[in-house]
Design a protein around this ligand. Structure first.
Ligand code: NAG
Ligand code: NAG
Ligand code: NAG
Ligand code: NAG
Ligand code: NAG
Length: 390
C-alpha cells in the first residue's frame, strides 16, 4: 500500500522525513489567454518515420524528419538515425515544451523544440542507439529529476527493465552513453510516467515473460520506483508492485495456442487525480494510487472515465480459453486525457500493431484526425495538471 492521505499529512509536519514533496508550480498555459490542450504530438511510422505536433484538426505546426538534422553527429549515432527501422514508438513533451523525446528509427532521442528559434530547434541533446540485444525493442522513455532519463528496455528476460542515463545537454552525444542505473525485473515495459507528487517513477509491464517463454503466466503489472533525492537513484521496493488480478492469453486476437500473455500498453494519469488508467492487449483498467487497488475493469473504465469511447474497427472478438469474447477496448497503444475531459486514443487494427488515425473525443463525440497515417502513439503536448514532468 502507498502512504495514504493521512500519511502524507504527517510527512508534511515531520521535518526529518526524507520524503520531500515540492509544490506544484503554476503553469504557463493556465494563464488567461493561453488556449490549452490544442497541441497533440504524434509519431508516424514509415521509412523514414515522422514526428509531428498538430492541433485538434490535425493541422501540423511542427514536425521532425531525419533530413532536418544539420548538426554534426557521431558516426554511430548517424547510422542509427539513418537505419532502416520504421519506428516512431514514443513521443513525449519534455522540459516545459522546449524538448521532445521519444523513439525515432533506431534511436531513443531527446531534441530541442524551439519553433521560435530555428537555430536551436531540433538539435539533439541526448541520443541512445537501440541497435543491440538489450535495447532493440525499447518502447518508451521518461525524464527524471536532475536531467536523468529512464528508458524501458521492453524485453522478455529477467535482466530486462529500466536503464537510467544522464541526459544533460552538456554531455557529448554518444550512441552508447554510460548507464547510471540498471533496474531489472519488469518485463515488456510499454509505459513510464514520472509522479511529481509521489516523487516516483511508475512503469507498466509484466511480471514474467509476456511472450510465454517463462514456465508461468505473465500478469500485467504496475510498479512504482521511489526516487531517492540523496543518491539521485530510483529504489526498487516490493511495496509498490501491483499485479492485475488475472493473467490471460491473447488467443482471441492471435489464435488458439498463441503463447503471448496480455501485456500492458499505456500508463496514463487522470489530470488532477491520484489515479491511472492502463491499457492492456484486451482492455482497460483503472488504478487508485492511494489505496493501491485496481478499481474498475473493461467497460466500467470507459463508462466512468472515457465517455464517448468507441471501438474503431469491427470484429474485435474471438475465443479465449474456449470462451467467446468481445474486446472493444483491445490494443489501445496510447491514450491521453486532458483536464477538460477531452481525450485522444490510438487503437491498432485487429491483428496488426498500429492504427491508421487518431481518435479525438470532445464532449463525448468522437472524430478522426491524422487519417491514413500509420500510428502507434499520439499524446497531448503539455504538462498534465497534477502530473508535471520534472
Ligand atoms: C518549467 O517551468 C517551471 C515553472 O515556470 C520552472 O520552475 C521549471 O524550472 C521549468 N523546468 C524546465 C526544465 O525548464
Ligand atoms: C506554431 O509554430 C510557430 C513557429 O513555427 C510558433 O510561432 C507558434 O507559436 C506555434 N503555434 C502554437 C499554437 O504552438
Ligand atoms: C543489468 O544488470 C543485470 C543483472 O546484474 C545484468 O545481467 C545486465 O547485463 C545489466 N544490463 C546492462 C545493460 O548492463
Ligand atoms: C550529468 O551530466 C552533467 C554534465 O556533465 C553533470 O554536471 C551531472 O553531474 C551529471 N549527473 C549525474 C547524476 O551524473
Ligand atoms: C462493472 O461493475 C459492475 C457493478 O459494480 C460489476 O458487477 C461488474 O462485475 C463490473 N464489470 C467488470 C468487467 O469489472
Amino acid at each position: 500500500m502507498l502512504v495514504g492521505f493521512l500519511g502524507w499529512i504527517s510527512l508534511l509536519f515531520e521535518p526529518l522525513a526524507d520524503v520531500y514533496i515540492p509544490p506544484i508550480q503554476p503553469q504557463e498555459r493556465l494563464r488567461p489567454g493561453h488556449r490549452p490542450w490544442h497541441q497533440i504530438i504524434t509519431g508516424v511510422y514509415g521509412r523514414p518515420p515522422l514526428w509531428k505536433i498538430h492541433n485538434r484538426h490535425g493541422d501540423v505546426n511542427w514536425s521532425f524528419h531525419r533530413d532536418d538534422v544539420t548538426q554534426a553527429l557521431p558516426h554511430d549515432v548517424h547510422k542509427c538515425l539513418y537505419a532502416h527501422a520504421n519506428d516512431a514508438t514514443e513521443i513525449k513533451y519534455m522540459n516545459n515544451g522546449t524538448s521532445v523525446g521519444g523513439v525515432y528509427s533506431d534511436l531513443a532521442v531527446v531534441m530541442n523544440h524551439t519553433p521560435d528559434n530555428p537555430a536551436t530547434d531540433k538539435l539533439f541533446t541526448f541520443t541512445l542507439c537501440r541497435r543491440n540485444d538489450v535495447l532493440w525493442n525499447a518502447h518508451t522513455l521518461e525524464p527524471l529529476p536532475g536531467d536523468l532519463l529512464a528508458v524501458g528496455t521492453t524485453g522478455q528476460r529477467a535482466w530486462d527493465g529500466i536503464l537510467v542515463y544522464n541526459a544533460s545537454a552538456a554531455n557529448p552525444l554518444m550512441a552508447n552513453p554510460p548507464i547510471l542505473q540498471n533496474i531489472t525485473g519488469l518485463r515488456a515495459i510499454h509505459g513510464l510516467i514520472w509522479d511529481e507528487q509521489g516523487q516516483m517513477l511508475w512503469a507498466a509491464g509484466t511480471d514474467a515473460a509476456a511472450d510465454g517463454s517463462d514456465p508461468v503466466p505473465a500478469y500485467g503489472t504496475i510498479v512504482g520506483y521511489p526516487w531517492n533525492r540523496e543518491t539521485g537513484l530510483l529504489v526498487k521496493d516490493d511495496r509498490y508492485v501491483y499485479k492485475l488480478p488475472e493473467a490471460k492469453r491473447i488467443e482471441a486476437e492471435w489464435g488458439k495456442g498463441y503463447s503471448w500473455w496480455a501485456g500492458l500498453h499505456d500508463l496514463v494519469p487522470i489530470p488532477n487525480q491520484r489515479k491511472f488508467l492502463v491499457s492492456e492487449d484486451r482492455g482497460l483498467h483503472a488504478f487508485d494510487i492511494e489505496t493501491g487497488q485496481y478499481t474498475e475493469h473493461y467497460e466500467n473504465v470507459t463508462e466512468k472515465y472515457l465517455h464517448g469511447f468507441e471501438v474503431t474497427t469491427k470484429g474485435r472478438h474471438g475465443y479465449t480459453d474456449g470462451e467467446w469474447e468481445e474486446l472493444p477496448q483491445s490494443d489501445l497503444k496510447s491514450f491521453n486525457i486532458a483536464p477538460d475531459g477531452s481525450f485522444i486514443y490510438v487503437q491498432s487494427l485487429w491483428t496488426k500493431f498500429r492504427g491508421f488515425h487518431t481518435s479525438l473525443v470532445i464532449n463525448g463525440k468522437r472524430r478522426k484526425i491524422n487519417i491514413g497515417d500509420e500510428i502507434y502513439r499520439s499524446r497531448w503536448f503539455g504538462n498534465l495538471d497534477g502530473w508535471p514532468k520534472p
